[in-house]
Design a protein around this ligand. Structure first.
Ligand SMILES: Cc1cc2nc3c(=O)[nH]c(=O)nc-3n(C[C@H](O)[C@H](O)[C@H](O)COP(=O)(O)O)c2cc1C
Length: 448
């Protein structure tokens, strides 16, 4: 996140940490070139549209801790990174709940042009009440209604980016004085229950047309949204069996939507501390722990439920259906049919806690072995790595873990020139555009 703290609570106080520099464009140049040196797939930026003012002291805790405030606009940061890098995929979060789709589709396509097809969009519906209050609302729009808005928002984006311009519209023919062929550009005339958008799109087709769609919804509605739209899913679960079950469930549901389920990729969150030896890695993890904000609870009021409010026998899915939990009830830790009591017992025995990523501390061989085991068992395509200390966490991973992963054939050692992010990430490597079975095409006339 373009903020001193996303999930590395307190670690901005570590003497080596550079996160106080996030408003300096040099920070992003340095991070971009480091990640390209490590041949990472992409850089992912989270985002929120409001402050966490849910603590006893209102804004005080979040502001004092640099907890997701101040925060820069990630789409603009991607613009800077598009210039600072040549190969790295660039993924930013944007919420479908508050701003209209027309301007967003234009910004997304602009970034995809400027980066030569390296953009991804993490689709979120937002979960902070303060965000609602920044857009003229007294409170949040009801949870499932936010996903309904998201569905129509996506339909507008698909139509603008796929239907409005033909691929060969721009001829830039000086002799005929025709820049773009008028027959090849059209209105979309979208009239829905939430949006009315005439079009045409102001942007001509970029190489991916629709940037790669990421999603991490965890409610039942969020999961079905992922099954319908997502090409890359941030999947969770407190055990490997849970992750695998979530992957398989989303794939099965995607097939029901008529999609080829093998075209969806799955990433789990992972948190890696690696050093030359296991002992050194443990010491490094202990050093980080000294700087971590002791209030482990920092994110709790906003992100996790107070499960003691419910009967242990109550089904978790009933609570989610009944109440507007947003991010607070993390499905990553529950499965259909599970009770509150079972969820609490599992969270207590889990190495990850209710909202954690996979935490791996070790030497390069241990780290690579563990990542490989997790990915193989849970049918994952990769990991979304979080940084404790910027840039030390990324540098350690690149210098120590990446060579071992390369030796095992699990990480690339160079980029393919001109490859779009979709070509890099899609399991079938089928092309720069969404797969033919993706619903983006169902709302669109065929691109001529
Ligand atoms: C890896 C990951 C990154 C996420 N990033 C964001 C984010 O940047 N902004 C946000 O509002 N929600 C983010 N989320 C939350 C979800 O995308 C989703 O909006 C949230 O869980 C609420 O939907 P749900 O009720 O379906 O769970 C993230 C989740 C995961 C797992």
């Amino acid at each position: 996140m373009a903020s001193p703290v996303h999930l590395s609570h307190g670690l901005w106080t570590h003497p080596l940490d550079q996160r106080h520099r996030v408003a300096d464009i040099g920070f992003w140049r340095e991070l971009g070139s480091l990640l390209e040196y490590g041949t990472f797939d992409e850089l992912f930026l989270a985002d929120v549209l409001g402050a966490y003012d849910v603590f006893d002291d209102g804004l005080g805790t979040a502001v004092r801790e640099g907890f997701q405030i101040p925060a820069l606009d990630p789409l603009i940061v991607l613009g800077a990174l598009a210039d600072a890098t040549d190969h790295l995929g660039l993924v930013a979060t944007f919420s479908t709940t508050y701003e209209p789709p027309f301007t967003f589709a234009r910004r997304l396509a602009t970034l995809d042009h400027l980066s030569n097809g390296r953009i991804g969009w993490n689709i979120v519906t937002s979960y902070l009440t303060n965000a609602a209050r920044n857009f003229g609302l007294a409170d949040q729009i009801e949870h499932d209604a936010r996903y309904e808005i998201a569905d129509e928002f996506l339909e507008v984006v698909y139509r603008l980016l796929l239907q409005s311009w033909d691929d060969d519209a721009i001829t830039a023919d000086r002799d005929r004085r025709v820049y773009a062929e008028p027959d090849a550009v059209r209105y979309i005339d979208h009239v829905g229950s939430r949006f009315r958008v005439a079009g045409p799109s102001l942007t001509a087709p970029s190489s991916q047309r629709v940037p790669v769609l990421f999603q991490a919804g965890s409610s039942l509605r969020g999961l079905s949204f992922a099954a319908k739209h997502a090409e890359v899913v941030f999947v969770g679960g407190s055990t490997l069996d849970d992750i695998r079950a979530n992957v398989d469930a989303i794939r099965a549901q995607a097939a029901e939507f008529g999609r080829d389920p093998d075209t969806i990729s799955f990433l789990a969150g992972a948190h890696v501390v690696v050093a030359e030896t296991e002992q050194a890695a443990r010491e490094k993890a202990a050093d980080y722990a000294r700087y971590r904000t002791p209030r482990e609870a920092l994110t709790q009021p906003a992100r996790t439920p107070d499960l003691s409010r419910y009967e242990p026998t109550e089904l978790v899915e009933d609570i989610i259906r009944r109440e507007d939990h947003g991010y607070r009830l993390l499905i990553r830790e529950w499965r259909p049919g599970q009770t509150v009591g079972e969820l609490v017992a599992k969270a207590a025995s889990s190495r990850k806690g209710i909202a954690g990523d996979w935490s791996i501390v070790g030497d390069p061989v241990q780290v690579a072995t563990r990542l490989e085991q997790i990915a193989d068992y849970a049918h994952l395509d990769g990991f979304n790595l979080s940084q404790d200390v910027s840039f030390e966490s990324a540098r350690d991973f690149i210098e120590l873990a990446v060579p071992e992963l390369r030796r095992r054939g699990l990480a690339r050692s160079s980029y393919r020139d001109g490859e779009t992010l979709r070509e890099r990430l899609s399991r079938d490597r089928s092309g720069a555009r969404p797969h033919p079975t993706h619903p983006a095409w169902q709302v669109s006339s065929p691109v001529r």
